[in-house]
Design a protein around this ligand. Structure first.
Ligand SMILES: Cc1cc2nc3c(=O)[nH]c(=O)nc-3n(C[C@H](O)[C@H](O)[C@H](O)COP(=O)(O)OP(=O)(O)OC[C@H]3O[C@@H](n4cnc5c(N)ncnc54)[C@H](O)[C@@H]3O)c2cc1C
Length: 390
């Protein structure tokens, strides 16, 4: 059966998070964008309201939301501020490897720590010389008795500077490409782990992005997630679960950009009439609306497949949701800025921030090119054409 309706409970959840986003996130969105401060007080409120740790199961104190519920929450939060949402959702990204492959002991320790008070967990594959090519990561891990010794640098790590735990991906010395990558839960206070000052960014300025350095950092072997060599698969499985949320963030941002554009078009005069009366403006917003509907449906489909355990299909749908979401959010933010004319270029109007924030969706959690690689790999390998004779 195909059902595009949210349940009554999901609608109530959407309304609750929407209220929270409008009352607590939107009013401070500009302030944090300007100051580039970490929005701890808003995140504390989001934590208390149950809008963080969305996918952490209830038995560990999390919200226990399904993938569908998660994307509903994320869209509403991002409609108010994508940067604050990136900060909040980073816990779901960091916790996912533990949920997917962690032992019961690891789950009790880490997931419970994240839900008993406001704490942060980061996810770290990227390095100064590697982002898209996860199999090419160079940080190393070496077994030494009951420990592993980690060395190398991680780059662009969301919440890296404020995290209590960082899931670090590193390779066993002497291994190549996918085979020897391991994932570790590394407590922030581990000797040998240090972080750089937060990086200044074009957008998502309310999120902390930091370098994480490892110099002979010793991590107990019991902190390894999965078996030796499971790291690459674990990173890819994590992205499969988290990319729909990036599609949802993109949808939320695009929705706001459209609403700002419509509102502005109704007020702005040119040639003795409202610019909303020009068909070219009407068509711009019509395209925005149609695209936003498509973005949300793709996101929901990917989330639905995840909720129904459809692994391979979900992976493809996750990439489609992220690709279309990211590309359309950028396009819609650009078009909304155009509707504003010169004022769109001024920081005093909300649209400039949306334009800057939209760009990141095309980059993190796998660039748009990487999503196209995943989709085209499927098309040239496993896709079954309907037409058999050409
Ligand atoms: C604000 C921010 C937050 C981030 N947060 C995190 C985080 O929390 N954890 C984490 O691990 N990482 C994080 N990242 C890193 C992010 O995932 C990487 O920036 C991204 O994967 C791209 O890697 P790169 O920057 O090294 O670009 P590169 O991999 O060097 O790519 C450069 C360009 O080449 C293209 N390209 C590369 N390979 C191919 C290919 N095979 N085919 C076609 N085109 C290709 C890319 O699409 C891109 O356009 C974050 C990045 C930013 C900017």
């Amino acid at each position: 059966m195909i059902d595009f309706q949210l349940t009554q409970e999901q609608i109530a959840l959407r309304d609750k998070v929407r209220r929270f986003a409008l009352e607590e996130v939107l009013p401070v969105s500009k302030k944090y964008d300007r100051s580039e401060e970490f929005p701890r007080d808003v995140l504390e409120k989001a934590f208390k309201a149950g809008f963080m740790n969305l996918g952490i199961p209830k038995e560990y104190g999390g919200a226990g939301y399904s993938a569908i519920e998660t994307v509903v929450v994320v869209e509403e939060m991002a409609a108010a501020c994508a940067g604050i949402t990136t900060s909040a959702y980073a816990n779901d990204l960091g916790a996912k490897p533990v949920i997917l492959m962690g032992t019961e002991t690891q789950k009790r320790k880490v997931l419970t720590a994240l839900t008993e008070k406001l704490r942060f967990i980061s996810f770290a594959t990227s390095e100064p010389n590697m982002g898209s090519d996860v199999a090419g990561l160079q940080a190393t891990c070496e077994r030494d008795g009951d420990n592993y010794v980690l060395n190398g640098n991680k780059f662009f790590i969301t919440n890296g500077d404020v995290a209590d735990f960082i899931v670090i991906f590193a390779r066993l010395k002497g291994t190549k490409r996918h085979e020897g990558i391991c994932a570790f839960i590394v407590p922030r206070d581990t000797e040998g782990l240090s972080t750089g000052t937060p990086m200044m960014k074009l957008g998502h300025r309310a999120s902390d992005t930091a370098v994480v350095m490892l110099h002979d950092a010793r991590v107990p072997a019991e902190n390894r997630i999965g078996r030796e060599g499971d790291g690459f698969l674990l990173a890819m499985l994590t992205f499969m679960h988290t990319r729909p949320a990036i599609g949802a963030m993109a949808t939320g941002l695009a929705r706001s950009a459209m609403e700002y554009a419509i509102n502005y078009a109704k007020q702005r005069d040119a040639f003795e009439q409202k610019i909303a009366s020009f068909q070219s403006i009407q068509h711009i917003v019509a395209d925005m609306y149609a695209r936003i509907e498509a973005m949300r449906l793709l996101t929901w489909k990917a989330a639905w497949l995840l909720d129904h355990g459809q692994g391979a299909e979900a992976n493809l749908a996750s990439s489609c949701a992220k690709l279309v979401g990211a590309e359309d959010a950028m396009r819609i933010a650009t078009d909304a800025l155009q509707v504003y004319g010169g004022r769109g270029y001024l920081e005093q109007y909300a649209i400039a921030k949306l334009f800057r924030d939209a760009k990141l969706f095309q980059i993190y959690e796998g660039t748009s090119q990487v999503q196209r690689n995943i989709i085209s790999r499927y098309l040239f390998k496993d896709y079954q054409p309907v037409i058999k004779t050409f």
